[in-house]
Write a protein that binds this ligand. Structure first.
Ligand code: PEP
Length: 253
């Protein structure tokens, strides 16, 4: 079975003490992970040591970074490389979140470079894609997402693409409280998988985990995740509440 993943994206939230409390609360809230399930915590970079201390030895729980630079090292003041994260025990990195595309002008071409950097050191990129509201209203979301995938991912080999986790996140659903319906999520996830199959073949496409992101909560996670092509979620707001995120972990199939 494909990996089923609940990934928390804390974004730029919480102080160190608040982060510590949230991790303790989460560990004390009943949740369980089967062999094919993972929980991943994309915490702010300064809290990675704290998170790896608290979570590092837990089965199927991983700490992730929210972004990285495309180069390994050099004169890039303020940046952090995938190599640096790996040296701290972090092997999952979110790449291309819509907030980075929008506020930091990250292009498909730049994201392709970041993916290469992450894969080159054996880490796992969680690659985000998804359309803005105007594209959804024009019903051209499939073409929009296909071009994101084609531009950033399709230079990868079959061996590399199976190491990528994809997060489909419609921008109109991120942090808005508006969730895609279960049918909308399944429809585009199935499309993404079929599009991957056109390039890599069905057997490879069937191995790739595709997460849904956009106002996932404890109350909608079971229904969203029950879809055959939805392999879990990338969760912002609800990941900041221990009981919510524990319930989302427990909703994985
Ligand atoms: C996200 O940050 O990727 C996200 C989906 O946020 P939210 O769950 O708050 O919509």
């Amino acid at each position: 079975m494909r990996k089923q993943i609940a990934a928390a994206n804390w974004k730029m939230n919480l102080t160190l003490n608040e982060a510590s409390t949230l991790l303790d609360e989460l560990l004390n809230t009943p949740h369980s992970l089967k062999a094919h399930q993972e929980a991943i915590f994309a915490v702010p970079a300064p809290y990675i040591s704290l998170a790896t201390q608290k979570l590092g030895d837990k089965m199927n729980i991983f700490v992730a970074a929210q972004n990285c630079h495309q180069k390994n090292s050099g004169a890039y003041t303020g940046e952090v490389s995938a190599t640096m994260f790996a040296s701290m025990g972090v092997k999952h990195i979110v790449i291309g979140h819509s907030e980075r595309r929008e506020y930091f002008a990250e292009t498909d071409a730049l994201l392709a470079e970041k993916l290469d950097a992450v894969l080159a050191i054996g880490s796992t990129p969680i690659f985000c894609c998804g359309e803005p509201l105007a594209i959804r209203e024009a019903a051209t979301q499939n073409e929009f997402v296909a071009s994101q995938l084609q531009n950033s991912l399709f230079h990868l080999s079959a061996e590399q693409i199976v190491k990528v986790v994809i997060a489909y996140e419609p921008i109109w659903a991120i942090g808005t409280g508006k969730t895609a319906t279960s049918d909308q999520a399944q429809e585009i996830h199935a499309y993404i998988r079929s599009f991957l199959a056109t390039k890599y073949g069905q057997a490879i496409a069937d191995q790739i985990s595709i997460l849904y992101g956009g106002s996932v909560k404890a109350s909608n996670a079971v229904e969203l995740f029950s879809n055959p092509d939805v392999d879990g979620g990338l969760v912002g707001g609800a990941s900041l509440i221990a009981t919510e995120f524990a319930a989302i972990i427990n909703a994985l199939k």
